[in-house]
Design a protein around this ligand. Sequence first.
Ligand SMILES: Cc1cc2nc3c(=O)[nH]c(=O)nc-3n(C[C@H](O)[C@H](O)[C@H](O)COP(=O)(O)O)c2cc1C
Length: 312
Amino acid sequence: MKIGNIEFKSNLLLAPMAGVTDVAFRSLCIECGADAGVTEMVSAKALSYDNERTKDLLLTAPNETIKIVQIFGHEPDVMADMCKSPLLEKFDIIDINMGCPAPKIVSNGDGSALMKDINLARQIIEKCVKASSKPITVKFRSGFDEEHINAIEFAKMCEEAGASAITIHSRTRTQMYGGVVDLDITKAVKNAVKIPVIASGDIVDKVSLEKVKSYTGCDGFMIGRGALGNPEIFSELLSKECGYDRFDLVEKHVNLLRQYYPENFIGGHIRKHFLWYLKGYVGASSIKVQVSTESSIDKVLDLVKSFMRKNL
Ligand SMILES: Cc1cc2nc3c(=O)[nH]c(=O)nc-3n(C[C@H](O)[C@H](O)[C@H](O)COP(=O)(O)O)c2cc1C
């Protein structure tokens, strides 16, 4: 896949996930074979106010050879200004979130709310494209709800407005993350435009990847929930060795977080990852309380690693 003049190799990307795809997790997934990861969504408005916590979302790792930032907002001029901002200078691609279903985002007119206002969505994309020399991409859903499935019209609009690629997550806003993705919509979107189309949703192993690839003919493939507690999914999908066993990966994850964030942030954040890493291990519930309550991260790490070793 080529977006603008940026070439992808494996065409596998880590999907943007708020609260998950920070610099450490992206770096880990790239280590395991992902071409790139997308940052958590970043509010254009918050960035324009110089919000410090928001700037943390823009940290990048040395192994991120393709850097993709995702921004959200609904004011064309604020979004366009953000695309010109020196804060985004280091990124190679700017992705616009037009698919987030979260109530507090939608009630503000952001994310998937833009699928209901295609003219405003067009204005945003056109202004961002004009403001930046970087490829602008757009991620959206099949529609706002069952009665308003407009992904094909929306995809064509994105292409006309100057987007360099699109990502389609074929669920409606009302479906949130439930049910299964509608691959017929993904396929129809792919056939409706000439720009690269990335498929997102329900890719969790080789079988599901192969199904999406062969059925839709998409150019790139995003893995979201399938990578939670499982960054090795990228090496599995590529039939390659990741080079790390699971114990090393968990430890590497903690070390990477320590390179970028203060201990008090990591303490709250890594526990959910530990619980994801433990998913599928028989008897893991016996240590889950300790994982959630023990204050020393190093002690939790030892606990998780020794549990995994004993339960190989
Ligand atoms: C916890 C979580 C956070 C997410 N945050 C974002 C986000 O910030 N931006 C976005 O475009 N999509 C977001 N998504 C949607 C994913 O990028 C992806 O499209 C969706 O989860 C379907 O893919 P999957 O089945 O591989 O998880 C999020 C999904 C999850 C589960």
